[in-house]
Design a protein. Structure first.
Length: 255
C-alpha cells in the first residue's frame, strides 16, 4: 500500500475536477490537479509513489496513452504509481483496452463519494484521521417535485452544494449549445465527445432521461449515424437542461 496521502487528479472537466477534488479533501486526502495527460507527464517526476485518479477521455493526451507512458517511464522498483481510471464507458472492449493500458482499476461516473473512499482505502495507508462527514440525503427541502436531486453528492456542506449547482447552471447551457453546433456542422467526433462529457453531469443530479438521451447521442455520433433521430434527442436534452437550471436558480437563489 502507498504511504503518500497526496492524490494526483487528471480531469479536463472543470465541474468534475472541482467535485472530485472536493470529495478527496472531505475524505482527508491532499490533491494536485492536472487538466490532461501531458500535464501529468510533465510533472509526475516531482512526485514520490502516488495514486493517480485519471479520466479516460482527455484532450492532448488521453488516459490510455498516459497510463502506457507512466508504466513505461516512471513506474519502477523505487517509485510506484497506482492508476485508477474514471470513465462513463461501459463497452466491454473499451474497458478491456483501459485495463490493458496499465490501469489498476476503473471507477465509473457518476461517482459517489463512498465508492471513492472505499477504493482509495484499498491502496493508500495513512495515519491521518480521515474525516467522515455525515451523509446528506440531498434534496432541497422544498415539497414541490423537482427534476433533479442532490442525493448523489452525499454532502452536508451547503457551500459545496451551492458551488456545484452553480457550475451546472453556468456550464450546461454552453455545453448544450456546443452539442447543437457540432450536430449542425456534422462534426461527429466533437458531438460524441460533447455528449460524453455532459452525460455524467446529468447523472450526478439524477436527471435520468436527459442522461439517457445523451448516451444515445454519443452512440449515434460514434457511428456517424442518426441524422433523423438526433434533433429530437437534442431537443429533449435542451428542454430538460433548461428546466433543471431554472429549478436550481429558484432553489439556490442564483441569478
Amino acid at each position: 500500500m502507498l504511504q503518500n496521502n497526496k492524490i494526483l487528479l487528471v480531469e479536463d472537466s472543470d465541474t468534475d475536477r472541482y467535485l472530485f477534488s472536493k470529495y478527496l479533501n472531505q475524505l482527508g486526502y491532499e490533491c494536485d490537479c492536472f487538466e490532461n495527460g501531458q500535464e501529468l507527464i510533465e510533472n509526475i517526476g516531482n512526485y514520490p509513489s502516488s495514486l493517480v485518479l485519471m479520466d479516460i477521455e482527455l484532450p492532448v493526451m488521453n488516459g490510455i496513452e498516459t497510463a502506457i507512458h507512466v508504466r513505461k517511464h516512471f513506474h519502477d522498483q523505487e517509485r510506484k504509481f497506482i492508476l485508477i481510471g474514471l470513465t462513463s464507458h461501459n463497452d466491454p472492449e473499451k474497458l478491456d483496452e483501459i485495463a490493458a493500458s496499465g490501469f489498476d482499476y476503473c471507477l465509473h461516473k457518476p461517482l459517489k463519494r463512498l465508492e471513492l473512499e472505499q477504493k482509495l482505502k484499498l491502496y493508500i495507508s495513512t495515519s491521518m484521521n480521515t474525516p467522515n462527514p455525515s451523509p446528506n440525503s440531498g434534496g432541497n427541502g422544498k415539497p414541490s417535485p423537482r427534476s433533479y436531486s442532490l442525493e448523489m453528492f452525499e454532502a452536508d456542506d451547503p457551500e459545496f452544494l451551492e458551488s456545484i449547482v452553480g457550475m451546472f447552471v453556468a456550464s450546461t447551457p454552453v455545453a448544450i449549445e456546443t452539442l447543437k453546433q457540432a450536430f449542425a456542422n456534422r462534426e461527429w467526433e466533437a458531438l460524441r465527445m460533447s455528449a460524453h462529457k455532459l452525460k455524467p453531469h446529468f447523472n450526478y443530479f439524477m436527471v435520468t432521461d436527459g442522461a439517457k438521451a445523451l448516451q444515445e447521442v454519443e452512440e449515434l455520433a460514434r457511428h456517424s449515424q442518426g441524422e433523423d433521430i438526433i434533433p429530437d434527442l437534442l431537443f429533449l436534452i435542451e428542454e430538460k437542461g433548461k428546466l433543471v437550471v431554472q429549478q436550481m436558480k429558484e432553489d439556490f437563489n442564483q441569478d
